[in-house]
Design a protein around this ligand. Structure first.
Ligand code: AMP
Length: 395
């Protein structure tokens, strides 16, 4: 009855899941948040119960104490389901980490060193790892990187055409993100289709609050829409995705905006929010249906960008066997799926309206039987993928 503990740390919170190492059942999940604020908050969920607590949680180490209390009081017992390893989500692995990696002091230094590339995420991930190591000093800790899956991209796909010396010195290149999700859903699609992953050409649309698209050839990422940071590519809830880089230079010259404000503008105040004043796709769709012009345009820009990448990746792959939709919007919005692929019948892509509208859960096909390209919805499960990759390291 062994298990794996999966941890995803932010700067003032962390999420956890305890996953059975044999049958991959979710034994418990929880969220410890508002760490460092006067009143922190913790939730703990097991299949037949939900608990909440409000108390001061000064730091991540105290947060893991709160988590351990929850396991002791509400189960499952960590004695009867002992974790054999802790798997940590780490956002940026740079070009150094291309697979899940056992955390050693040197690995931790390397993750810290990559903080320049992910200043909001890597320091928080490191803090979570350090606190988790204090809570579970005997266990192996494994770092699973969001960027690792994309390390198979070839130089022509990951290189930006800027001064080569500067780019090399500052490690500027495309890294790509959401890799754990893209790997999980592309593998799950192959298993569902009962086809060897190695012979499939597919693309994955991870459409959540953050959104990215990846071309996957034989189980390897060959191109992805996010870049040096998770800002490039598709239009997202609050992120702009692609813009002409000269827009930023123009803005700096015209408004004297500084780097922090520019970062905030493009990451927090753009995308669907910047265009329509709403960042939640459900609100945008509702407003567009009610005739709101800005919401209608936001939707059209969002879809235009998706179709732009569908075209690009179709040509890069040369042939497409299947297209996979995942994450909040991809799994739940029949309208976005249908409009993303509308009018592509002569490219062999034909969505079946009834299958697309069906609310059945789990992996499902939404294309017609006649469609040459199979279109699927695959619910993503990053925690399970992290647990699997963690086990692959510790054996
Ligand atoms: P995620 O980041 O994967 O949790 O996805 C969050 C996004 O999914 C939010 O923008 C939600 O609006 C969106 N979402 C969730 N359910 C639906 C739905 N039924 N229709 C459209 N968007 C949805």
């Amino acid at each position: 009855m062994t298990s794996v503990l999966v941890v995803n740390s932010g700067s003032s919170s962390f999420k956890y899941q305890l996953i059975d190492a044999d049958d991959e059942r979710r034994l418990a999940s929880g969220l410890v948040e508002r760490i460092g604020e006067p009143t922190g908050h913790a939730t703990h969920d097991v299949p037949d119960g939900h608990w909440e607590r409000s108390l001061e949680i000064p730091d991540h180490t105290a947060g893991f104490g709160v988590m351990l209390d929850a396991f002791r009081e509400h189960g499952p017992s960590l004695e009867t389901h002992p974790p054999i390893a802790v798997g940590h989500r780490v956002v940026h692995g740079g070009a150094r980490f291309f697979e899940p990696t056992l955390v050693t002091p040197l690995v931790l230094i390397n993750i810290e060193d990559l903080s320049d590339l992910a200043p909001l995420h890597n320091p928080a991930n490191v803090e979570g790892i350090k606190a988790a190591k204090k809570a579970f000093p005997e266990l192996p800790h494994v770092a699973v990187f969001d960027t690792a899956f994309h390390q198979t991209m070839a130089p022509d796909a990951y290189t930006y055409a800027i001064d080569a010396e500067l780019a090399s010195r500052l490690r500027i290149r495309r890294y790509g993100f959401h890799g754990t999700s893209h790997k999980y859903v592309s593998g799950a699609a192959a298993r569902f289709l009962q086809r060897p992953l190695g012979e499939l050409k597919q693309f994955v649309l991870h459409l959540g609050n953050g959104a990215s698209m990846t071309a996957v050839d034989g189980g390897r990422s060959v191109d992805t829409s996010m870049g040096l940071t998770p800002l490039e590519g598709l239009v997202m809830g609050t992120r702009s995705g692609d813009v002409d880089p000269a827009v930023l230079i123009y803005l700096q010259r015209k408004t004297r905006i500084g780097p922090d404000d520019l970062d905030d503008l493009l990451n927090q105040r753009s995308g669907l929010l910047g265009l329509s004043g709403r960042k939640d796709m459900r609100d945008v769709i509702r407003a567009a249906d009610d005739g709101d012009e800005s919401a209608r345009l936001a939707l059209e820009v969002y879809l235009h960008r998706i179709r732009h990448y569908i075209g690009a990746y179709t040509f890069e792959l040369g042939r497409v066997d299947d297209i996979v939709f995942t994450a909040g919007v991809g799994e739940n919005s029949a309208e976005i799926r249908a409009r993303s692929l509308a009018g592509l019948e002569h490219h062999g892509i034909e969505v079946d309206p009834d299958r697309n509208d069906s609310r059945v859960g789990g992996v499902r096909v939404i294309s017609t039987d006649a469609s040459r390209v199979t279109v699927l919805v695959v619910p993503t499960d990053e925690e399970l993928e992290i647990a699997r990759q963690t086990l692959s390291v510790v054996g």
